[in-house]
Design a protein around this ligand. Structure first.
Ligand SMILES: [Zn+2]
Length: 262
C-alpha cells in the first residue's frame, strides 16, 4: 500500500452508508480523483466535515487490489468565503464550475494548469465587483472548454469559416460548434439567436483574461442565454448530460426575488 499527497478542491460527495462516502476532488497532481472516505460521515471521524470551495491537502492510500484510493487525512489550506455583495451569485457561479469539473474532467489525468486556473477563477469570484460576476463565469467556462479540447468557433462562422463581426442576428449552433452567420442559418438545426451585444461578449470573453472579463457587463438574461449556448454545446460535443443545476437554481432565485441576488 502506498501513501500519496495532493492538493484538491471538493467537487462532490456521494454518501453510500450512514458513515461512509465517496468523495470526488479536482487535484493538482492527479486531476479528477475519486476517493473512498470510510467512516468520514461519522461524528466520530477525526476528519470532520469536508468543506466545499477550500484548497485541501489530501493524504490517501492506494493499493493495487483496490480501484479507488482511500482518504486518510484532509487538511484545509485556504477557503474562499464568497461573502461579498451578491453572495448567492458568487456561490452559484463557483458551484457551476465544480459541476462542470465533475462532468467533464477525465478521471485521474493530471491537469495542473487547469487546477491553477480554477483556483484563480474562485479567487476572482470572491473579490470581483458584483457587476462583473457573469462575465467572469462565461470567460472561465470558455477557457475551461478550450483547455479540455472543446473550443467553440466564435470568430469564424462554424459552418463556412467566414470571419464574423458581432452584428445582430448571429446565431449559436450547438451542434455546428459555434456562431453561425446569416448565410449559413438553415432551418433544421436548433440555433440560439443572439443579440449583437451577446455575440460581442461571447467573442471577447473567449480571449480575455479573468481580470479583464470582470469589465464585460452582462444582464442576468444575457448570462443565462450565453450559459445555455455553452451547456448545449457541451451536451452535444462532450459528456455533459444535464443543464448546470447551480445556474438554474440562481435563475429560480432571481425569478422569486426580481430585485434580489444576482
Ligand atoms: Zn457561414
Amino acid at each position: 500500500m502506498a501513501l500519496y499527497k495532493a492538493e484538491g478542491i471538493l467537487l462532490k460527495q456521494f454518501p453510500w452508508s450512514e458513515s461512509s462516502r465517496t468523495v470526488v476532488f479536482f487535484t493538482d497532481r492527479f486531476g479528477k480523483l475519486a476517493l473512498v472516505d470510510r467512516g468520514g460521515r461519522s461524528f466520530k471521524s477525526k476528519r470532520g466535515r469536508l468543506a466545499p470551495f477550500t484548497r485541501t491537502e489530501l493524504t490517501f492510500y492506494n493499493s493495487e487490489k483496490q480501484t479507488r484510493g482511500s482518504l486518510s487525512a484532509a487538511d484545509a489550506i485556504a477557503a474562499w468565503s464568497f461573502s461579498g455583495e451578491g453572495d448567492m451569485g458568487r456561490l452559484a457561479f463557483a458551484s457551476a464550475a465544480c459541476e462542470l469539473g465533475l462532468a467533464l474532467l477525465p478521471e485521474e489525468e493530471p491537469h495542473e494548469e487547469l487546477y491553477a486556473y480554477l483556483c484563480r477563477y474562485l479567487s476572482a469570484l470572491d473579490t470581483a465587483p458584483r457587476s462583473g460576476l457573469g462575465g467572469l463565469f462565461i470567460a472561465y467556462v470558455l477557457r475551461f472548454m478550450s483547455m479540455l479540447g472543446y473550443h467553440a468557433s466564435l470568430t469564424f462562422c462554424a459552418t463556412c469559416q467566414s470571419p464574423l463581426s458581432p452584428v445582430d442576428g448571429l446565431r449559436f449552433g450547438p451542434a455546428a460548434g459555434g456562431l453561425i452567420d446569416a448565410t449559413c442559418q438553415g432551418t433544421q438545426d436548433r440555433y440560439i439567436r443572439l443579440t449583437a451585444n451577446e455575440a460581442a461578449a461571447l467573442m471577447r470573453l473567449q480571449s480575455t483574461s479573468l481580470e479583464d472579463a470582470v469589465g464585460v457587463l452582462l444582464t442576468f438574461a444575457e448570462i443565462t442565454r450565453l450559459t445555455d449556448c455553452l451547456t448545449r454545446f457541451l451536451q452535444f460535443h462532450a459528456d455533459l448530460t444535464t443543464e448546470l443545476q447551480s445556474i438554474r437554481w440562481l435563475d429560480k432565485l432571481k425569478a422569486a426575488q426580481p430585485t434580489g441576488p444576482s
